[in-house]
Design a protein around this ligand. Structure first.
Ligand SMILES: Nc1nc2c(ncn2[C@@H]2O[C@H](COP(=O)(O)OP(=O)(O)O)[C@@H](O)[C@H]2O)c(=O)[nH]1
Ligand SMILES: [Mg+2]
Length: 255
């Protein structure tokens, strides 16, 4: 069986790296094999030791020096250099005999979602074994306005990267029960979200309307949002179950 590939995607600081590590620990505790891949050439201090690290091929500091670029230009160049090296990186990943490959994507979501090369990278690494987990940052998703912004971001990522996607509310341990109840109702009911927007700002009506929110729903944005915490472990099993459902019709991995 080829391994299942889970990409953790989201805005800077939403918890991708921490969750990559936590999912690996959880899978291993369940008796599954899982490896982690750092796809961020600019990561300067990772809190876990990835099994495969693109910095072994591409380092941001070296790209800056070699091409005379500042940090932003170098990030973009590095994303494209990644695609050039992807066959070799893929061989290294495929050299592992594992059930799960957990892929930690670059810090800033636009470096992953808005580069043409990312599509190539996912196709090459994963073929049809890819699932994206888009992480909502509670720092943003807690307000109705921020929640709509998160929906739009996740829809944009889905539009750019047409792979199966699940949406996750990260750092759920920092979200109160009352906040979660609100967020959960927004994710399932666009009228309640629209009303919450109106409560937050009288201008909401001039910016979005219910039809716009429904359009987001048609692309599946934010549907079935799963609360997940790398700290408490809440929801990690749900991520596993969703990935199994998408890639293996709900069957467990053979241990
Ligand atoms: N309370 C809490 N903090 C978290 C969780 N996941 C990540 N963090 C914190 O959020 C910050 C950013 O996390 P990181 O994984 O580096 O985000 P990334 O930029 O998306 O990779 C760090 O300070 C983490 O300790 C979580 O589940 N709960
Ligand atoms: Mg990170």
């Amino acid at each position: 069986m080829p391994a299942n590939h889970l990409y953790l995607v989201g805005t800077a600081g939403c918890g991708k790296s921490t969750l990559t590590n936590a999912v690996q620990v959880w899978l291993r505790n369940q008796g599954y094999d899982a490896i982690t891949v750092n796809l961020d050439p600019g990561a300067d201090s990772l809190l876990y030791a990835p099994d495969v690290d693109v910095r072994d091929w591409i380092k941001l500091s070296e790209v800056m020096e070699q091409y005379g670029l500042g940090p932003n230009g170098a990030q973009i160049a590095a994303a494209d250099l990644l695609a050039l090296n992807i066959k070799e990186i893929s061989q290294v990943i495929n050299g592992f005999d594992t059930d799960y490959v957990l892929i930690d994507t670059p810090g800033q979501v636009e470096l992953f979602a808005f580069r043409q090369s990312s599509r190539v990278v996912i196709d090459e690494l994963s073929g049809d074994a890819a699932v994206l987990a888009y992480l909502f940052d509670p720092a943003l998703a807690r307000t109705a306005n921020g929640f709509v912004s998160s929906l739009m971001l996740s829809a944009t990522v889905q539009f750019r990267l047409p792979f199966p996607m699940i949406t996750v509310l990260a750092k759920s341990d920092t979200v109160s029960d009352a906040d979660w109840k609100r967020i959960e109702s927004w994710s399932g009911d666009y009228y309640s979200l629209f009303n919450a927007l109106l409560d937050e700002s009288v201008d909401a009506q001039t910016q979005v309307n219910v039809e716009f929110l429904q359009a987001l729903e048609t692309v599946g944005a934010g549907h079935g949002l799963i609360p997940v915490s790398a700290d408490s472990g809440e929801g990690i099993e749900d991520i596993y179950a969703m990935v199994q459902l998408i890639l293996e019709a709900g069957e467990d991995v053979d241990r």
